[in-house]
Design a protein around this ligand. Structure first.
Ligand code: ADP
Ligand code: MG
Length: 383
């Protein structure tokens, strides 16, 4: 990828620049916990965006996307927002840097990526954090990594119309090879946990159902409302319950008769999920991948039966994983489509992939996609 980018850069701009990269991400466990003040547990992956960048001494950005085979030029004022969606991510990062007092002037760039788009691996965060990092480096703005992640998040909010949380950009800015990062979404404290499944005889693989159910956004708002309702009910007796993540299982039991059954089930899932992240981390510290994997199955069960954000295709993939003795498997992301993430022993990998792809295609009429992932570095300069 680096050579392809460089070749195009020379053709367009004459002289080479510096190279930067960042990554997409997976989340091992901790789903729908972010807006409940709980933990998430992501890591950057070996699929990302790479960009060659060089200052051009003008007030304009000149960008070429290799994957879209498209060239765009834009200024740095608020009303210079480009038409092309991919360029809005770069424009947004420039604007958000400027809003934070950073210096941004014209630059030339050619970039490309290998994160599958819209599969739940956050190609957009990879794109944002590549440029947030590159701009910070080139203009020596001295903005810290957390703020770089927020620049990406604000770009989504203000220039791309996506009201996302901080996890994706956080993972892609803080990602470290062989490590997952447990982020407390309430305090924003984080901790690295070594995670090297390959060394322990496992592989991490995503199976993309390639379905996207339209339910997702209205259901998301309903789930959030249920969580807030359950937290409010407990807050009457336990004033410290700011978020559901602050609640204990027994406290939820106390208000069972005061809230709709549905809200109870949603809260039961979230409280369980926050604890599962902690249990997953404990298991990792013991090198116990089997227990960690079992937590993933429990998460899937909760998302499917209590939180009700799975779908037929994902439940099917989860069942196939169990049948093939896969160590851990669950739906990853918000639900209603997308991928399952699977932790599988190397010797079972081939049989699992074969069974999952053929039986899925037989049942649903289209083949799922398979992505192997390795936990890798996030935003960085490439020498
Ligand atoms: P995801 O879940 O992968 O983040 P999004 O819809 O949030 O999906 O972001 C995908 C968008 O990000 C693409 O439509 C495109 O505008 C931009 N993007 C991602 N990867 C690339 C790339 N390699 N080249 C150009 N634009 C990209
Ligand atoms: Mg995205």
């Amino acid at each position: 990828m680096k050579e392809r980018i460089h070749e195009k850069f020379l053709t367009l701009f004459g002289e080479g620049g510096m190279v930067f990269a960042s990554a997409g991400r997976v989340n091992l466990i901790g789903e729908h916990t972010d807006y409940n003040g709980g933990y998430v547990f992501p890591g950057a992956i070996d699929k990302g965006i790479m960009a060659e960048v060089k200052l051009n001494g003008t007030g304009k950005v000149r960008a070429f996307s290799l994957d879209y085979d498209e060239y765009v030029e834009f200024g740095l004022e608020e009303d210079n927002k480009p038409q092309q969606a991919w360029a809005d991510y770069i424009f947004g990062v420039c604007r958000e840097t400027i809003k934070r007092g950073g210096k941004v002037e014209g630059f030339d760039t050619v970039f490309a990526g290998d994160v599958p788009l819209g599969a739940g691996l956050s190609s957009s965060a990879a794109l944002e954090s590549t440029f947030a990092y590159a701009i910070n480096y080139l203009f020596q703005n001295g903005i810290d990594k957390f703020e770089l992640a927020k620049i990406g998040q604000s770009t989504e909010h203000n220039y791309c119309g996506v009201k996302c949380g901080i996890m994706d950009q956080f993972a892609s800015c803080f990602g470290k090879k062989g490590n997952l990062i447990r982020l407390n979404c309430k305090t924003l404290e984080y901790k690295y946990f070594p995670f090297d499944p390959e060394a322990a005889g496992y592989k991490l693989v995503l199976i993309d159902s390639c379905v996207k159910h339209e339910l997702a956004s209205s259901a998301y708002n309903k789930r959030r409302a249920s969580c807030e309702n359950a937290a409010a009910a407990m807050r009457k007796y336990h004033p410290d319950v700011e978020f559901l993540s602050d609640a204990k299982r027994v406290w939820l039991e106390e208000v069972r008769d005061e809230i709709p059954e549905e809200d109870f089930l949603r809260a039961e899932y979230v409280i369980g999920e926050v604890q599962r992240v902690l249990d997953f981390c404990d298991a990792l510290e013991r090198g116990d991948y089997e227990t960690a994997g079992e937590m993933m199955y429990q998460t899937h069960f909760g998302m499917s039966k209590l939180y009700e954000v799975s779908c037929e295709e994902l439940d099917f993939l989860n069942k196939v994983a169990r049948k093939c003795d896969v160590t851990g498997s669950r739906v990853m992301g918000g639900g209603f489509g997308g991928c399952t993430i699977n932790l599988v022993k190397k010797e079972l990998y081939d049989a699992f992939i074969k069974e999952a792809t053929t039986s899925f295609e037989e049942k649903f009429g289209h083949a799922p996609k398979v992505y192997d992932v390795v936990i890798s570095d996030g935003a960085r300069r490439v020498e």
